[in-house]
Design a protein around this ligand. Structure first.
Ligand code: AMP
Length: 412
């Protein structure tokens, strides 16, 4: 299968060739023809599958030929949960649409309102937005959504997890009844099904990974460790395995800041990224990380959502997420096409129940690897027992470097 066979016009195929994509990904092969014939789509696909191009390319084609995004009436609206994802989707629209005369804009919070309003006033065909700022613009009448023909809800599960459902409903009320709708979600929670039922008409169902399955491209492993020794273990892994780059997830903003500071103090080039940081600080940290200037990026779930970081070899769960589906999102950051990814979780005994829930969602048990000197296994019984059929990997004990005294006493 090639991009030529998907029904895309020459300008789009040319833009894709410029990106050196040789073949469409499975989500692209399935979604592009369905969207081009005007169908609504419900797609189960996480970041890294090529989902952005899967909706952007046909969206550009559908809009092209009738370009009249006059004044502040966008004809296509893409709603995303986070600012970073909005910026990335907008970047993709510019990349894939560079040979078409369509105009696009992106609006999200944390940056000035008026420059966005000025851009909208000039006229846009496609608007990418996060829900809160979009509603601000609608309220201030700097955008009019009554001419939207094409709606994409990207990472809809994440939007619901972040409590955006009331905002989404408000946005839907501002749209005309007749339009084409696409809903992309990495996981299928019952709430997503409910939203899909209310939003989509006879949708094409496209699923590129099994329901709620963690990406198979990422090798997953658990290192049991006492909570108080997590940082020491992380440093040990960074040093002994000579990590060049890893995205480390912390549960709280303060935890992310603290960990980044401690790593810096220990001589590891680390930075944190979370919702309390200014947009420019977040963008800078991400750019430095992409360039390799920053070795460890410590992020909260919200800040990291949808980050498109190519060739990320390692994702670390310093804390397990409280929402099990976030585990799937987190490790979706690694193991992308052509790269062997490794997803490491540092799990303390207190997190046994969370681990249990995660393993229920991904429907497999994650192999345990004990790093000698750091072991502190999740309490027996907190390990899932519900699915005895699933194979449990024997713990592997990795030897420490000679000369170091293993300390396997549990701290009280
Ligand atoms: P996404 O899932 O949209 O976040 O895309 C993940 C990454 O895959 C992005 O860096 C895209 O540039 C890249 N990508 C998208 N489509 C293709 C393709 N057909 N071949 C190779 N890479 C692609």
């Amino acid at each position: 299968m090639s991009f030529n066979n998907l029904g895309l016009q020459a300008e789009l195929v040319r833009a894709v060739s410029a990106q050196r994509y040789s073949t469409p990904t499975p989500i692209q092969t399935a979604a592009i023809p369905a969207i081009l014939i005007g169908r609504d789509v419900l797609a189960g696909a996480q970041t890294g599958t090529g989902k952005t191009a899967a909706f952007t390319l046909p969206m550009l084609q559908m809009l092209h030929g009738s370009s009249n995004g006059n004044r502040n009436h966008p004809r296509a609206l893409v709603v995303t949960p986070t600012r970073e994802l909005a910026a990335q989707v907008h970047e993709s629209i510019r990349t894939y649409g560079k040979y078409l005369p369509l105009r696009s804009a992106v609006v999200f919070g944390g940056v000035g309102f008026h420059p966005q309003a000025a851009k909208l006033r000039k006229g846009v065909d496609i608007l990418v937005a996060t829900p809160g700022r979009l509603l601000d613009h609608a309220q201030q009448k700097t955008v009019d959504l009554s001419k939207v023909e094409f709606l994409v809800l990207d990472e809809a599960d994440r939007m619901l997890n972040m409590g955006f459902l009331p905002d989404i409903k408000r946005i839907l009320n501002l749209l005309p009844k007749k339009r084409q709708n696409l809903l992309f979600s990495a996981t299928y929670l019952p709430e997503i099904q409910k939203l899909a039922n209310s939003l989509l008409t006879d949708p094409a169902h496209i699923q590129v990974s099994p329901k709620n399955a963690a990406t198979d491209l990422a090798v997953q492993r658990i290192h049991p460790v006492a909570r108080t020794r997590k940082r020491a273990l992380l440093l040990h892994l960074i040093r002994t395995e000579n990590w060049k780059q890893a995205l480390v997830f912390a549960r709280t903003k303060r935890g992310a800041d603290r960990l980044a500071k401690q790593l810096l103090k220990a001589g590891v080039n680390a930075q944190s990224i979370h919702g309390d940081k200014s947009q420019s600080a977040r963008t800078r940290a991400l750019a430095d990380f992409k360039k390799g200037k920053v070795c460890i990026l410590v992020a909260t779930d919200i800040a990291a959502r949808g980050l498109d970081i190519i060739e990320l070899p390692r994702v670390v769960n310093f804390d397990l997420p409280h929402v099990p589906e976030d585990y799937v999102h987190r490790i979706g950051r690694t193991g992308r096409a052509g790269i062997d990814g490794l997803a490491i979780s540092l799990v303390c005994p207190e997190e046994g129940d969370l681990l249990n829930e995660i393993e229920n969602v991904i429907q497999k048990r994650i192999p345990i690897e004990v790093i000698e000197g750091f072991q502190d296994a999740p309490r027996e019984g907190n390990r899932p027992t519900a699915k005895p059929a699933a194979p449990v990997a024997q713990p592997v004990v990795r030897r420490m470097r000679p000369g170091r005294r293993p300390d396997n006493r549990r701290r009280r």
